[in-house]
Write a protein of this length. Structure first.
Length: 118
């Protein structure tokens, strides 16, 4: 949702930078919340459904869950890779913490990843 506000402030302004940092922070929070959830799903079986559902419903349910979890992991990772490939690090808002880019800058790769992320 924050990304939709990006075009309101002018380019290069502090407000636009804060919006982008908030968007990145939200993606990091999603990733931080979904990874423990995935670990729990792998370690523990789902409780039985009462009354039992049809096998086609069970298959559809599993496919939906896999797709949702894949999206919740891939989207933030693509966003991080886009920022890192652009040669920028991640600045955490309201702190002096900065995560530098672990990869070398590649503008073409950053644009491709950004398009996929979008």
């Amino acid at each position: 949702m924050l990304i939709n506000l990006r075009d309101i402030p002018p380019r290069g302004s502090d407000a636009r930078s804060l919006i982008m940092q908030g968007h990145i922070l939200a993606g990091l929070v999603v990733l931080a919340l979904v990874l423990p959830c995935l670990m729990h799903r792998f370690r523990n079986a789902s409780p039985p459904t009462t009354p039992p559902i049809a096998s086609w419903e069970n298959i559809l349910s599993r496919c939906t869950h896999i797709g949702l979890y894949a999206f919740l992991v891939v989207q933030p990772v693509l966003g991080l890779l886009t920022v890192f490939a652009g040669g920028r690090g991640i600045v955490l808002p309201f702190t002096s913490l900065h995560i530098p880019s672990p990869i070398t800058a590649d503008k073409a790769l950053s644009e491709q990843l950004g398009n996929i992320h979008g």
